[in-house]
Design a protein around this ligand. Structure first.
Ligand code: AMP
Length: 429
């Protein structure tokens, strides 16, 4: 595996297909982001790639542009039910966004593409696959369903992208991923993107990638410098009042509030709306239509606060989020990094405020170890709890299973199950 340095300062230097250059200027992109500058030249040569990058870095274009370029040069229509390129993503939101990006970047190339995910009828998905497509974007569970019903055949898929692989593993998708890969040709180009590199990802990468180049941008452990972080210690009974107090500020133009459970997300969204803040909850129990409406409202600005569980929030691509509030502390350091990365995107500044109750104090300590810094304490609010700051209470044992089924939006139970020492063992990088 080799490390590489940025090469190109402009898209023209990357020698991409003229139709791609047109699409990029249509999108208003003037220069490649660091991951694009690093990855695109290598991917154009057909290399496998291990990309360590979060959303917000431009990673989607980093993999789509070279794949589109190569496909345009050696185009073979996919046979019925087949796809030339398969992109796997953990959530329907992210899968849909990738599909939209294919449409945006590939508009002049006439590529066919479709997206399949669970929670909706498969009828249209089956129909879209019947003729074969250039690009298939899928969540792993629904992909396997459709393969087992013989609606999809991966025997002609020569390019595979695994996006947000760490999240797919957390959701219990490792088996469907391996099953899908086993049906693909051995001669293929494989790309794996992940925001973090726990051992399970390293071993998946080692088994799927051949002599990959490794590209790393904004290592998650250092977090994004532009995010102003703070923690407020508060007793659990005061958290909702404190959050309402914070959200009232007119500096909060667009905020995401994170909760650990779906029921808390509902409760918080209702309380904020009652307090006049126009909030919507998004989580796995909401229908696809409800989630899409909430996201569209958030993007358009009618919804000022989106209240989300960790998994539901993945891939939300909204650039000007002024604040991230951790209503519940995340029980995994990686989730903290993902959550706060929702703000300060696209060069803007952002604030991440965490409300920490006594029994989550140990989680905060684990996060601080991983990010390699203490989160500054803010006592500038009416509900400061010194008891919470000094608490030595053990974190609660979370219920729920790590699987791809109905419990997907339950908080991952990792600290108590498979890897009990996770918080303690991770060293700041
Ligand atoms: P991603 O990391 O793929 O989720 O992309 C994050 C955001 O950056 C998306 O809104 C993209 O449209 C945008 N983006 C990607 N590449 C560029 C670029 N070269 N210049 C400006 N914006 C970009």
């Amino acid at each position: 595996m080799s490390h590489i340095t940025p090469t190109a300062a402009t898209f023209t230097e990357l020698a991409l297909h003229p139709k791609l250059l047109e699409a990029l200027s249509g999108q208003g992109y003037t220069a490649p982001t660091p991951i694009q500058a690093q990855a695109i030249p290598l991917l154009l040569t057909g290399r496998d790639l291990l990309g360590l990058a979060q959303t917000g870095t431009g990673k989607t274009a980093a993999f789509l542009l070279p794949i589109l370029h190569r496909l345009a040069a050696h185009r073979k229509p996919a046979p019925p039910r087949c796809a030339n390129v398969l992109i796997l993503a953990p959530t329907r939101e992210l899968a849909s966004q990738i599909d939209q990006s294919i449409a945006a970047y590939g508009q002049g190339l006439g590529m066919s593409h479709t997206v399949v995910f669970g929670g909706v009828s498969q009828m249209h998905q089956v129909k879209a696959m019947a003729r074969g497509v250039d690009f298939l974007v899928a969540t792993p569970g629904r992909l396997l369903d459709l393969i087992s019903q013989h609606h999809i055949d991966l025997g002609n898929t020569h390019v595979l992208v695994l996006d947000e692989a760490d999240q797919m593993l957390d959701m219990g998708f490792v088996k469907p991923i391996r099953q899908a890969v086993a049906m693909m040709p051995v001669e293929r180009q494989t790309l794996l993107f992940s925001a973090t590199m726990p051992p399970a990802i390293a071993s998946l990468a080692a088994s799927l990638l051949r002599n990959p180049v490794r590209v790393e941008v904004t290592p998650p452990a250092t977090t994004v410098d532009r995010i102003g972080q703070s923690v407020m210690f508060v007793d659990s009974g005061n958290k909702l009042t404190l959050l309402k107090h914070l959200v009232k500020s007119d500096k909060v133009s667009r905020a995401i509030v994170f909760t650990l459970t779906k029921s808390t997300a509902n409760k918080v969204a209702e309380a904020l709306t009652d307090a006049g803040a126009n909030a919507e909850a998004i989580h796995g129990n909401k229908s696809q239509g409800q989630r899409e409406r909430a996201l569209a409202g958030f993007k358009a600005g009618h919804v000022r606060v989106l209240v989300a569980t960790d998994l539901a929030s993945r891939g939300i691509d909204v650039d000007d989020v002024s604040h991230v509030f951790n209503y519940d502390m995340p029980n995994l350091p990686e989730s903290y990094v993902h959550r706060i990365g929702r703000t300060a995107r696209a060069g803007r500044d952002g604030l991440a405020v965490s409300l920490c109750e006594p029994e989550h104090r140990a989680w905060l300590a684990g996060i601080e170890r991983v990010i390699g810094q203490a989160v500054p304490v803010s006592t500038d609010h009416p509900y400061h709890s010194e008891a919470a700051r000094l608490s030595t209470m053990r974190p609660p044992v979370m219920g729920g299973q790590r699987n791809g089924g109905g419990g997907r939006n339950q908080p991952p139970a990792r600290p108590q199950q498979g890897r009990p020492q996770q918080h303690q063992q991770r060293r700041p990088r």
